[in-house]
Design a protein around this ligand. Structure first.
Ligand SMILES: Cc1nn(C)cc1-c1nc2c(-c3cnn(Cc4ccccc4)c3)c(Cl)cnc2[nH]1
Length: 283
């Protein structure tokens, strides 16, 4: 039913609503099924009142325009949107296995081959985004979902409706992923994505973000001076890659296209290697 979801204008009566998948400040995300095709989607419902009050209407519009244009296996699809008097509805791809944040908490950390596959796929998604002049996709675990084949999907639209268990919410979101230039209020560009890829790589391998600290001032300091301790179970090649991503000067960070050629990636995530399946009972 590919072509008709282009010209069709949707409405709530086209869907059977299911359980809530995530709740948050601007609204909730529900499992939903399109009545005619039985196609399962995630329906993100945003309250106009909330959005108008917090003047993020232009951001919602921009994020929707961007998200509808992005077509990549590692970026959550937006199929369309509609609104009624009180709410805006975003029709999104349903990611069968939920958020990376939850999977990471359950598994504590992942082995190097699994992380290399995730980083390979995310790097490809970011290369795609940058080619479309889209930056800052905010790739922390809270903003990554897991698809049908256990593949990663970047799922944020500039703000994320957090599933109940997100612990790292400070006022503007977790500080762990902020780059030095963002901390110093400098204009950020595509190089922040390279930095946060390095932060994510560390967190997936270790189970904690690299600049984790007891308070935000310590985290700021660790970020600004790139104070990182690598546990001894991290391989030299993994440390080499992270050391090339977590660089203070944005211009000196390893370009994304070179990440795909780094030995840690080519040796641990050869073309065609797929992410492993994690069965719930497998502990
Ligand atoms: C939760 C959950 N458990 N299982 C088994 C599947 C899901 C699931 N949730 C979604 C969700 C979903 C829900 N809340 N949110 C908010 C959010 C945004 C970004 C990262 C994390 C959370 C998204 C979506 Cl959009 C799209 N697909 C989803 N799939």
């Amino acid at each position: 039913a590919k072509n008709d979801d282009k010209k069709k204008s949707w409405s709530l009566s086209d869907f059977d609503l299911g359980r809530p998948l995530g709740k948050g400040k601007f609204g909730n995300v529900y499992l939903a099924r399109e009545k005619e095709s039985h196609y399962v989607v995630a329906l993100k419902v945003l309250f106009k009142s909330q959005i108008l009050d917090s003047e993020i209407e232009h951001q919602v519009r921009r994020e929707v325009e961007i998200q509808c244009r992005l077509r990549h296996p590692n970026i959550l699809r937006m199929y369309g949107y509609f609104h009624d008097e009180k709410r805006i509805y975003l029709i999104l791809e349903y990611a069968k296995h939920g958020s990376m944040y939850k999977l990471l908490k359950e598994r504590e950390r992942f082995d190097e081959k699994t992380v290399a596959i995730y980083i390979r796929d995310l790097t490809k998604a970011l290369v795609y985004c940058h080619a479309k002049k889209v930056i800052h996709r905010d790739i922390k675990p809270e903003n990554l979902l897991i698809g049908h084949n256990w593949e990663l999907k970047i799922a944020d639209f500039g703000w994320s409706v957090h599933s109940p268990s997100s612990r790292r919410m400070t006022l503007c979101g977790t500080l762990d992923y902020l780059s030095p230039e963002m901390i110093e209020g400098k204009p950020h560009n595509y190089a922040v994505d390279i930095w946060s890829l390095g932060v994510l790589c560390y967190e997936l391998l270790v189970g904690l973000p690299p600049f984790d600290a007891k308070d935000s001032h310590q985290t700021y300091r660790k970020i600004r001076y790139v104070i990182i301790k690598y546990p001894d179970f991290i391989s030299e090649k993994a440390k080499d890659l992270m050391g090339k991503l977590l660089v203070i000067n944005p211009e000196q960070r390893l370009p994304l296209i070179n990440v795909l050629q780094h030995p840690w990636i080519t040796e641990n995530a050869p073309e065609g290697a797929q992410p492993p399946a994690f069965n719930p009972e497998q502990k």
